[in-house]
Design a protein around this ligand. Structure first.
Ligand code: HEM
Length: 247
């Protein structure tokens, strides 16, 4: 009788002493822990696809939702740290959020490998009223961001600093300065996602049409000018004016 050989055993010739020990479906602990059966069943199988590119489309969206989920969870955890006055661990988490946003921005490239005609004629009709405005990842990021801003301002106020003071005396208040810049980084990355997404939309469906929920695409362009922390951008104008006065 042929005994079952794991892939590791087949490829390395090493005896397999590592039979799965985790509960759940799947022939290995890798599949059980990552729940790959369920994960890989979340995309339409070939016979249900309206077009071959639906796999690409679903993969980009689903993976974006995962990265956005990580991004907002880290923002929320960073906010908790700040409420306890812990800046360094918050910075570590905010770096992750920024990187999540960079990754989702980069993967938008993949969508431009679809043909505008094939997308609009074959894929778009099967999306129903599905719209990015209902993206849980993006909505949650926007939901948790004001609390992050508030906990930063609380710490700044405790140090008796206006935003302008903090930027002028950034060397004296290194951690708070780093924190302000980490917020700007998250904000800029979110905006860069919007810029990139806007160009993808223009390239695939055009800039003078309406979305699946009736939103004019032009309106998306306007959202690019809606930062998460407007005050952190405004202060730069004040600093430039101030520098002129001191000249
Ligand atoms: C072919 C690719 C895509 C097209 C044609 C497209 C199209 C659109 C359009 C037309 C809108 C405006 C709202 C509406 O009426 O639907 C929108 C919004 C949005 N889309 Fe996409 N989208 C694409 C890919 C993506 C991807 C990969 C994501 C990732 C999660 C995404 C997330 C969003 C979000 C979050 C919004 C709201 C925008 C905001 O608040 O700034 N979209 N999209």
């Amino acid at each position: 009788m042929l005994s079952f050989m794991s892939r590791r055993e087949q490829e390395t010739g090493l005896a397999d002493e590592f039979a799965p020990i985790l509960p759940g479906p799947g022939g290995s602990d890798y599949e059980r822990y990552l729940r790959t059966d369920e994960l890989l069943a979340l995309q339409k199988p070939p016979k249900e696809r309206a077009h071959h590119d639906e796999l690409l489309f679903q993969t980009v969206h689903q993976s974006s939702e995962l990265w956005l989920k990580l991004a907002w969870n880290e923002v929320e955890a960073a906010t908790e740290h700040l409420r306890k006055g812990e800046i360094a661990p918050a910075l570590r988490l905010l770096r992750r959020s920024s990187l999540c946003l960079k990754l989702v921005t980069e993967q938008l490239d993949m969508l431009e490998l679809m043909s505008p005609w094939e997308y609009t004629s074959a894929i778009r009709p099967v999306l129903g009223h599905g719209s990015g405005f209902d993206s849980p990842g993006w909505s949650n990021l926007r939901r948790v961001a004001p609390n992050l801003g508030e906990s930063f301002h609380e710490l700044r106020r405790k140090a008796e600093l206006s935003l302008e003071d903090l930027y002028r005396r950034g060397r004296e208040f290194e951690e708070l300065y780093q924190l302000a810049e980490a917020l700007v980084e998250v904000d800029e990355r979110a905006t860069m996602w919007r810029v990139r997404h806007f160009k993808v939309v223009e390239r695939i469906i055009g800039g003078e049409v309406v979305g699946t929920q009736g939103t004019p695409v032009e309106l998306l362009g306007g959202l690019i000018q809606r930062p998460l922390f407007p005050e952190l951008w405004r202060v730069r104008n004040q600093l430039t004016e101030l520098a002129k006065e001191n000249d």
